[in-house]
Write a protein that binds this ligand. Structure first.
Ligand code: ZN
Ligand code: ZN
Length: 362
């Protein structure tokens, strides 16, 4: 009898160690995955920036840029809006998670939920096996139930556990308590590991999850650089924006054309695309032909993929921006706000506050 018990105990120990060895990395990954999601959700609940749609985030970014008054940031935003938006989100997530105790709390909350799920899977499987007195292959049945219970919780394929399914275990209650004990040790180890875990080691980081929430079309108006407002990537139909911007933001300048001669005046264009499409002006890209704005689609793609409706309304924000950063814009594009590019007196009177409050009303 004593040798039988000895044999049984060894089997059970082998079983528990093997199973915990499989559970450990699966649980660790599940905690990281859940934590990334929890941080993203937490931030969506707490930061107004992340509570609305992308149009709302855009307003928050424009406000941030105006508060910083850093032309380098504007340059990044105007030239690469998608990258800027992603790094804006990433920076916010990083500073939110710098708070080590907050991060650890989220980690432990996630860990607790998953750990409790595993414990309850142990007791459920044990109960089921005890009720099935007809079955000889107790361990195999126990594993079937255990993995089934945890399908949604951790990634623990039943097929990975074939090595232990034929172990001879008669006392399933003993197996259950051995598992609980082994899990306790695993818990200690994982807690230590999680306390030092870095966000960057996550397979999917919280800022990626947040950024996905604000995906959509990132096409930029070929004239002014404003970003298409369609919420679908690769959407049907034309790209469109509510407000076009002064073309000086992308460095467009006025040209003078005489028979046989044309030259760049380097006077920056302060007009917006939606005003110009109603005018008799013409444009060209690079060495291409001059095309009337009224029939801008004749320029072919990408211009022809945009629907630019005549609309003279310009946001106060860009009037403030152009007046405030006139010197930097002139230097950046080797142009001048002179002649046809003269900044109207009214623009110079727009205060940052006025620009921002108008932005928030939309
Ligand atoms: Zn435009
Ligand atoms: Zn679009």
């Amino acid at each position: 009898l004593s040798s039988h018990i000895q044999f049984g105990a060894t089997s059970v120990t082998t079983f528990a160690l093997f199973l915990c060895h499989k559970i450990e990395p699966a649980l660790y990954n599940a905690v990281c995955k859940r934590t990334a999601k929890a941080i993203a959700e937490d931030m969506q609940g707490k930061f107004p920036d992340f509570q609305g749609n992308r149009a709302n985030l855009e307003v928050c970014i424009l406000r941030y840029l105006a508060e910083q008054e850093n032309f380098e940031y504007y340059k990044q935003y105007l030239w690469s809006p998608k990258q800027f938006c992603q790094s804006y989100i990433e920076t916010r997530v990083r500073s939110y998670c710098l708070n080590g105790s907050r991060r650890l709390r989220i980690f432990l909350d996630c860990f607790d939920i998953l750990y409790k799920n595993i414990l309850s899977a142990i007791s459920l499987s044990t109960q089921i096996v005890k009720d099935r007195k007809d079955r000889e292959d107790k361990v195999s049945l126990w594993l079937d139930e255990f993995c089934r219970e945890l399908t949604e919780v951790i990634n623990l394929p039943r097929s990975d556990l074939k090595g232990i399914e034929h172990l001879e275990v008669t006392d399933i209650e003993f197996l259950s308590s051995a598992m609980t004990k082994a899990l306790d040790d695993l818990r200690e180890r994982l807690m230590k590991e999680l306390a030092g875990a870095k966000l960057s080691s996550f397979p999917r980081q919280p800022h990626t999850i947040l950024a996905e929430h604000f995906s959509g079309c990132w096409a930029q108006c070929p004239f002014c650089g404003a970003v298409c407002t369609n919420t679908m990537q690769n959407h049907d139909g034309d790209h469109q924006v509510v407000f076009h911007r002064p073309q000086a933001l992308t460095g467009f300048t006025w040209w003078k054309i005489f028979p046989g001669i044309e030259y760049n005046t380097h006077e920056l264009i302060i007009d917006i695309c939606s005003s110009l499409v109603a005018s008799d002006c013409r444009f060209k890209f690079g060495g291409g032909p001059w095309i009337p704005y009224k029939t801008y689609r004749n320029a072919g793609p990408p211009v022809s993929t945009w629907n630019i409706l005549p609309d003279p309304s310009m946001q106060a924000y860009w009037k403030w921006f152009v007046s405030h950063f006139r010197t930097q814009l002139e230097a950046l594009y080797n142009g001048k706000f002179q002649g046809k590019g003269e900044i109207p007196e009214g623009w110079r009177r727009v205060t940052k506050q006025e620009a921002l409050s108008e932005l928030e009303k939309c």
